[in-house]
Design a protein around this ligand. Structure first.
Ligand code: CP
Length: 309
């Protein structure tokens, strides 16, 4: 039996290096597979999605992924149109969705929401983003992108810039990078540094520097991972306005980077990467979004098939 069969994906911390590499290898297989063969992987299976927060990429890539495997999807993209609006609990909503689906993906504004959903669901639950806590499938896609574009992960110098306090993709990425031999530089405004409780855990496996100044590292990086300042998570808009626009990656910044460096972003992007950068060879964030469809298809294929595919 494959180790992902009928398993929840709640935190990257549940995935060791071998499990990550299994997903990456399965993703390569998905990419290379004949489409007709791929459509047999989840034939007759249903993905249920429950999105209590907005999403473009995560929800649509999961839907595209299950469709590419021959399955279907149903769910709630706008919670205001569901009975949660009448006061139905998350537990009951998840239980109902697990009756109609073979695997669920949940996005929710509360930390711990996916783990709670997994406890009440009769079907495997995938965390599609929980509060400021984690976004594990994003980290899988991020690492796959690095591996694909740089042909390796070990040995790279990786800068992560922007909102490191509220950006859940950052936490999942840092936990996952802890399995690799990488040099990490965290760059953020002073008020948006990685949260101290997580620093303690991340430091156990990963050495990193913290700075407010991108110029200290920009010319030495192999990967620059840019994140959006998460306006919606600030308790006080005044605080957001103080840090809004702190870093903007434009063509001027590209001039300082190594010629073969790559720029990633989980997206959505606001002003933190100038659109001028989009057509440069360093910009890989749209490829990154595309890889998300394949990594999620691989994960679904492994979760839904006892012996893998
Ligand atoms: N990267 C990401 O999670 O994008 P969405 O919010 O659009 O799903």
């Amino acid at each position: 039996m494959n180790e992902f069969f009928q398993k929840d994906i709640i935190s990257v911390r549940d995935l060791d290096k071998q499990k990550l590499e299994t997903i990456f290898d399965a993703t390569e297989k998905i990419i290379q597979m004949d489409p007709n063969q791929r459509r047999e992987i989840a034939r007759g299976k249903t993905l249920g999605y429950l999105f209590f927060e907005p999403s473009t990429r995560t929800r649509l890539s999961f839907q595209a992924a299950i469709a590419s495997l021959g399955g279907t999807s149903l769910g709630i993209a706008d919670i205001a149109s569901s009975s949660a609006q009448k006061g139905e609990s998350l537990a009951d909503t998840v239980k109902i969705m697990s009756i109609y689906s073979d695997v669920l993906v949940l996005r929710h504004n509360l930390d711990g929401s996916s783990r709670f959903a997994a406890e009440v669901s009769t079907k495997p639950v995938i965390n599609g983003g929980s509060g400021t806590e984690e976004h594990p499938t994003q980290a899988i896609q991020d690492l796959f992108t690095i591996r694909k574009e740089k042909k390796k992960i070990d040995g790279l110098k990786i800068g992560i810039i922007g909102d490191l306090k509220y950006g859940r993709t950052v936490y999942s990425l840092l936990y996952a990078l802890g399995h690799y031999d990488v040099e990490v530089h965290l760059i953020s405004p002073e008020t948006l540094k990685v949260r101290p409780d997580s620093v303690y855990e991340i430091k156990k496996r990963l050495s990193f520097t913290e700075s407010t100044n991108i110029d200290e590292y920009i010319d030495d990086l192999d990967v620059l991972y840019v994140t959006r300042i998460q306006k919606e998570r600030f308790p006080d808009e005044e605080e957001y306005l103080k840090v809004k626009g702190s870093y903007v990656i434009g063509l001027d910044m590209l001039q300082k980077m190594k010629d073969n460096a790559i720029i990633l972003h989980p997206l959505p992007r606001l002003e933190e990467i100038s659109t001028d950068v989009d057509n440069t060879k360093q910009a890989k964030y749209f490829e990154q979004a595309e890889y998300g469809k394949y990594t999620r298809a691989a994960l679904l294929g492994l979760i839904l098939n006892r012996d893998g595919f």
